[in-house]
Write a protein that binds this ligand. Structure first.
Ligand code: ATP
Ligand code: MG
Length: 661
């Protein structure tokens, strides 16, 4: 079983692995500890992560990011059509009720749903972890925003399934950070006087706050608050707008009219923004932004803060909300811990600090890796392979969930609905509801406050039909509901209870004294509650398992296709390298070991192969063609190589002999 934690970021993701000696954040194939959350569809293969980032500029219409923003959303959700679209260059489409993209992949227009896209990316992260651990990766914990609803959480799990992963838990981002903070502290107070820490995460797209109470061996999330549209990309966007305006006059170009120019400008703006965190002024340069114009400009920090003033005005809102809900005054806060890339912006830090009355902010956690570390701790805690010091994580639900039903004659209550899991209910949790019924009945679960949900997410969660209520009516039926570790709701089943009186033996008080016959057993009556399960049919937001299995299969096929393309490319490079390498060695170290005729023949073959490589056929041939050509060259080259090696060996032995004499 693997122990892996994933921080799925909107810009980049981090992967942690647990080893006996501790947790490591994994470096990817180009040694970065952050992997771009991007997929780029090419004419031959997909590029995912770093490779997608490299391809993005030239292929931005077939490159898609914002994976965590799109998952679980419908194509018509205004947060997709009005907000996410601003940051996406690929064409968004409807993919069977979900948002998806239409891209040119292997020469064909193809549609992939947000779930499939996230699956592709998660599979890549799994591979990165697998390479590091030298083992297959299945078990993992994935950190998600605390504001994810049922449909988003389910879609994330679906994506993980398609990717061949097995999430032991979806953990809320800030809860993961809190776990990483708490589990390493040895000086936590007793439960009566907990230590309150506020965690602030401002990343690329999102701003989260959590108030968490820590005590020995446990953490309890008191409240969370969010600004779901607040992060680095908003600052970048403000800068893009500014420079686009400036360049209209300065260069007579309309950057906003060209997606490619916009893309180039936003890359430069992000760089400028980061520089302004450490410098009071910074330059901006974009080579051939459009119409062969090399654009350049500069900006100082004060101007930057002016452009993002409307956003800065919002910094205090989630802080205020979280503290109010936790019923804690800013002065009762033990520490304010900052994570996420955008908390490096001085103006943001100032606002947060001012909110807490000038309190020194802590950055004791690694701002970029705290979520991945926490998620990895969570996975280790759930894994039988690790003996962690036990640390309880008491998390809470953000959105109240209600159950509703059609009123039956037996009902006394006026309202045919009830909140079963209120806001702040602990996770996981089960609740049992009681109904008096004479006939089959149906229950529905939904979010009680649709206006609190992101975008136009449908509040409906699921339903259950109790198909029969037993022989004796009216019957008192109990229905069990559950909010699981992932924060996902389910109807667990329905049953009725009957009480029976049974007789049982009373165990003897003391063993009979020696030589005495045992006393005759005493009987007593006992109430036994017998539970009879009732047949139920439940339905929810789960994707049909046949669809999921198909998508998993097709993901496996795409991975195999990508691998074949990569292997073919490797073989082609190997052939090319052999040609140049052998040619130069023939004139050099192989020279004493090769006859003129032999050399001539091999050189001719090498030239042939080289010529072929540059024909249309050789440019794009199947893997076997490169392999067989290399084998043919080696058939001639290997004997020479062998003679050379033997010669080398003889020379070494001779040299060694000379030394010993
Ligand atoms: P999210 O949490 O929203 O899903 P993420 O996890 O990918 O996104 P982070 O990695 O926390 O985001 O932060 C990335 C953002 O932080 C980017 O917008 C980046 O430009 C910004 N950022 C990183 N370093 C700095 C810096 N020194 N100054 C300003 N902004 C920075
Ligand atoms: Mg993040």
């Amino acid at each position: 079983a693997s122990v892996v934690g994933i921080d799925l970021g909107n810009l980049g993701s981090k992967v942690g692995v647990a080893r006996q000696r501790g947790i490591d954040i994994v470096a990817n194939e180009v040694s970065n500890r952050v992997t771009p959350s991007l997929i780029s569809f090419g004419p031959k293969a997909r590029a995912i992560g770093e490779a997608a980032k490299t391809m993005e500029t030239g292929n931005f219409k077939n490159t898609i990011g914002s994976l965590k923003r799109l998952i679980g959303r419908s194509f018509s959700d205004p947060e997709v059509t009005e907000i996410e679209k601003k940051y996406i260059n690929a064409q968004l489409v409807d993919a069977n009720g979900q948002v998806g993209v239409s891209v040119l992949y292997r020469g064909q227009k193809q549609t992939f749903s947000a779930t499939q896209l996230l699956a592709m990316y998660l599979a890549k992260l799994g591979q990165i972890a697998a390479k590091e651990l030298q083992q297959d990766v299945t078990d993992c914990v994935i950190a998600v925003p605390g504001w994810y609803t049922e449909v988003q959480r389910r879609a994330t799990l679906d994506a993980a399934f398609i990717a061949g992963l097995n999430p032991l838990r979806l953990i809320n981002d800030t809860t993961a950070v809190a776990l990483g903070y708490g589990i390493t502290k040895s000086d936590l107070p007793p439960p009566e006087t907990p230590r309150h820490v506020v965690f602030v995460d401002i990343g690329h797209s999102n701003y989260s706050v959590a108030v968490v109470a820590f005590a020995q061996g446990q953490l309890t999330v008191k409240s969370t608050a969010y600004d779901r549209h607040f992060g680095g990309r908003d600052f970048d966007y403000a800068l893009v707008q500014h420079f686009a305006e400036e360049f209209k006059d300065k260069y007579k170009i309309d950057v906003l009219s060209s997606p490619k120019a916009m893309f180039r400008l936003s890359v430069a703006c992000e760089r400028l923004k980061k520089m302004l965190s450490a410098n009071l002024e910074a330059p901006l340069n974009v080579e051939s932004i459009m119409n062969d114009v090399d654009a350049s400009s500069k900006l100082n920090r004060e101007q930057f803060e002016e452009f993002i003033a409307p956003l800065l005005e919002r910094v205090h809102v989630p802080l205020e909300e979280a503290l109010r809900e936790a019923q804690i005054a800013p002065t009762d806060v033990f520490a304010v811990e900052l994570v996420g890339g955008s908390t490096r912006i001085p103006a943001i830090k100032q606002r947060i600090q001012a909110f807490f009355g000038g309190k020194t902010l802590s950055t004791t956690l690694n701002a970029d890796e705290a979520i991945a570390r926490g998620a990895t701790f969570a996975c280790a805690g759930l894994s039988p392979r690790f003996k962690l010091r036990s640390f309880a994580v008491n998390d809470i639900a953000l959105y109240p969930i209600k159950i509703s039903w059609t009123k039956a004659p037996e009902d006394e209550d006026e309202e045919p609905e009830a909140i079963v899991f209120p806001r702040g209910n602990s996770i996981p949790s089960t609740k049992t509801l009681k109904f008096v019924r004479s006939a089959p009945f149906e229950l529905e679960a939904s979010y009680a406050d649709p206006s609190a949900l992101p975008g136009k997410i449908n509040p409906w969660i699921g339903k259950v039909t109790v198909k029969s209520v037993g022989e004796v009516v009216p019957a008192t039926i109990k229905v069990r509901t559950r909010l699981n570790l992932h924060g996902i709701f389910s109807f667990e089943g329905a049953f009725f209870e009957t009480t029976q009186i049974v007789e049982e033996d009373v165990p003897a008080e003391a063993p009979p004294a020696e030589g005495q016959a045992p006393a005759p057993p005493q009987k007593r009556q006992k109430k036994v509650v017998k539970r009879t399960d009732l047949p139920v049919v439940s339905g929810g937001l789960a994707l049909d398992s046949s669809i999921l299995n198909n998508q998993r299969e097709s993901e496996g096929q795409m991975i195999a296709d990508d691998k074949l393309v990569q292997d073919t490319e490797d073989r082609k490079n190997a052939l090319e390298e052999y040609i140049y390498d052998t040619r130069s060695k023939l004139d050099d170290r192989y020279a004493p070991f090769v006859q003129a005729k032999e050399k001539e023949a091999l050189l001719a073959k090498l030239a042939d192969a080289e010529d072929w490589l540059y024909t249309e056929e050789g440019e794009d041939a199947p893997k076997s063609a490169y392999v067989s050509r290399l084998d043919a060259l080696k058939a001639l080259g290997d004997p020479i190589y062998k003679r050379y090696m033997e010669g080398e060996k003889r020379a070494r032995t001779a040299a060694a002999l000379r030394e010993t004499i």
